[in-house]
Design a binder for this molecule. Structure first.
Ligand code: G6P
Length: 612
């Protein structure tokens, strides 16, 4: 979704802003813009990519050591030059960039229009800059105070950065339900919607809290107030991510790099949390809430997209290993359903970005109803990680490709650890079974390295099916969510229509679609249901469907029935989703590549969905 970067310091702002906007491209956007202040204000904006903006600016003035930049993902009004940010007040006295949605923009716009303000765009954002301008005209208040007063009048979500021709030594920014990070460098500040544009300049950051307004003056540094005008002390944190992790590292795409990183990212997810010698799992997030976990009667998992699929695997793991009932909910449905939540429920919120608006709202609702919330997030310091009572980071490192890959397997790792820790606490597994599962989980990085070797075979399969119009993905038990995730990956980046289904349900509908043109991917790495999967494959073959099967080494029965068999290493069924998902990620990647799609930034999708 939209991205923000801003700079105030001694260096030229333009290269820092453009570089920052490139770093933010992964979030998904359809227009971009910058504003530079250097005596006068120069605002440049363009529909399309950051490169289009750069072409447009080439030859124009880029001077200024203070500036703001934005990538816009259209919500109100089409992605054109006028609707792109920054948006300015009359005569460009003020200009601002905004992420989020101002819900009462229409009412405010009518009032301001009646007072003579001229609006040029279809956006909700433009209202905000005119409102701040209006307040300054009437009160003569400094910019930070006018911003604070304006924000008391708006409802909705915002992360904003505002600059003014009249106050050229300062930047004012604020947030509510949309993240904003202030990076503190040497005599300079970089403000951004996430840490990716900041890391190469400084690792010291302050995450603004909801309803905080920050003012950064060239000489006085950073000051923060809340909307009630109370001073706040900035809490400075150290970023853990390395710059190299934000680069492609020799791969053609971030997605391919991230697929290939999974042996390491899974290891990072359980590093320090498993002890094979002591036969223990330690999750820091559980330790302060031991009693809550002991008393828990039910777990509700809320998430969206790929994280929801991880939640489904979590349901199998927690019910199977820790014998606790689990419900998995789309956060967007949960929050509008008046859900029944009991005191002894634990709500687990899963989110890679930690910023998904629906998941955040579901957490707030569950908290109001008295539940304890456990977060499983990848982005340290994200809104969800701060809104939850406790939790575990996935430690997968920055995920830049819009289609989630390594974050998914890291989420599965944390859910496996949680299920094992709860099983131990509830005494639901024998010592031997527990030890065997722990050893198996510890072997995952090695198995992932092994399964990644199937890429050549996957490329050949991709060539054969690149022109298919539909795909069906089937799986049972632990691998039903893997089928859903495989189908999601393919449709996200190749735009082929794909459906995931529980294998046995196929005969209640999707079987009608099967003919010689229908590729059917069957995830058959479940030991407990292998025979049943073979029957499902026979049903597809009898209708001339094309079978691409994922099976374990040593399971040879499908070799003569399926059109293609991808063999993956054996492991406990509980962890087979981690292994089985890798060929499906590669299949989606290579088919999308062959179809000439933009793998890292698929059309219409955003990495972090910060609107409802
Ligand atoms: C977007 C992304 C998906 C992601 C989903 C949930 O749709 O494109 O890859 O799975 O949001 O995001 P979260 O950050 O909460 O896991």
């Amino acid at each position: 979704m939209c991205g923000i970067v801003a700079y105030i310091g001694k260096r030229e702002a333009y290269p820092i802003l453009i570089n920052g906007l490139r770093r933010l491209e992964y979030r998904g956007y359809d227009s971009a813009g910058v504003a530079l202040l250097n005596g006068t204000l120069n605002v440049y904006k363009k529909a399309g990519k950051v490169a289009d903006l750069e072409n447009y600016i080439s030859g124009k003035s880029k001077k200024g050591s203070l500036g703001i930049g934005h990538t816009r993902w259209a919500t109100h009004g089409p992605p054109n030059d006028v609707n792109a940010h920054p948006h300015s007040s009359d005569e460009e006295r003020l200009t601002l960039v905004h992420n989020g949605i101002i819900e009462n923009y229409d009412t405010i716009k009518k009032e301001l229009s009646a007072r003579g303000h001229q609006f040029v765009s279809d956006t909700d954002t433009e209202v905000l800059v005119h409102l701040i301008d209006d307040i300054q005209q009437h009160t003569k208040a400094p910019l930070e105070e006018a911003v604070r007063l304006a924000l008391t009048q708006v409802t909705g979500a915002y992360a904003i950065v505002v600059i003014s021709q009249d106050e050229p030594e300062k930047i004012v920014c604020a947030r509510k339900s949309s993240p904003l990070v202030v990076g503190i460098g040497k005599e300079e500040y970089i403000i951004a919607s996430d840490a990716t544009p900041i890391i190469e300049h400084t690792k010291k950051v302050v995450y603004l809290d909801d309803e905080e307004v920050a003012v950064i003056c060239r000489n006085e540094g950073l000051r923060i107030k809340d909307l009630d005008n109370e001073h706040k002390t900035p809490y400075v944190q150290e970023l853990e991510w390395q710059l190299e992790r934000l680069e492609k590292g020799g791969y053609d795409h971030f997605m391919l790099k991230e697929i290939n990183e999974q042996a390491r990212s899974i290891q990072d997810s359980f590093r320090g949390r498993i002890s094979i010698e002591n036969n223990t799992v330690t999750l820091g997030g559980m330790q302060d809430f031991v009693e809550k976990f002991e008393q828990a009667q039910r777990i509700i998992i809320v998430a969206c997209g790929t994280s929801w699929h991880a939640g489904l695997v979590g349901e199998y793991l927690l019910e199977d290993l820790a014998r606790i009932p689990v419900e998995v909910e789309y956060a967007s449905e949960f929050r509008y359903r008046n859900p029944v939540i009991f005191e002894n429920d634990i709500v687990i919120a899963i989110s890679q970005s930690g910023e998904t608006a629906d998941t955040l709202a579901a957490i707030k609702l569950a908290k109001e109803k008295g539940a304890m919330i456990y977060g499983i997030c990848n982005v340290v310091g994200s809104s969800i990680s701060r809104e939850t009572h406790t939790g575990s980071y996935t430690h997968a490192g920055p995920e830049i490709g819009v289609a989630s890959t390594k974050a998914f397997t890291a989420q599965l790792t944390v859910l496996s650890l949680l299920a094992l820790a709860m099983a131990k606490q509830r005494n639901t597994l024998s010592e031997e079974k527990y030890a065997q599962l722990l050893k198996d989980l510890n072997r995952m990085p090695e198995l992932i390295s092994e399964v990644l070797k199937c890429e050549k075979q996957v490329i050949e399969i991709s060539k054969k099916y690149q022109n298919a119009e539909n795909f069906l993905y089937l799986g049972r038990g632990y691998n039903f969510p893997v089928a859903l995730e495989g189908a999601l990956k393919l449709k996200e980046i190749s735009y082929i229509h794909a459906e995931g289904y529980p294998a046995a349900e196929m005969k209640h509908g999707p079987i009608a679609l099967i003919d010689e043109n229908m590729p059917v991917v069957v995830v058959g790495t479940n030991k407990s249901a292998y025979e049943k999967i073979i029957s499902n494959v026979q049903e597809v073959k009898a209708r001339k469907g094309q079978i691409i099967a994922i099976t374990n080494e040593g399971d040879d029965e499908l070799d003569n029935i399926a059109d293609h068999v991808i063999k993956v290493p054996n492991c406990s069924e509980q962890f087979s989703p981690m292994v089985a998902t890798i060929p499906l990620q590669l299949l989606a990647y290579h088919i999308a590549l062959l179809r000439g799609c933009n793998v890292d930034q698929p059309r219409n999708l955003a990495k972090s969905v910060t609107v409802e």
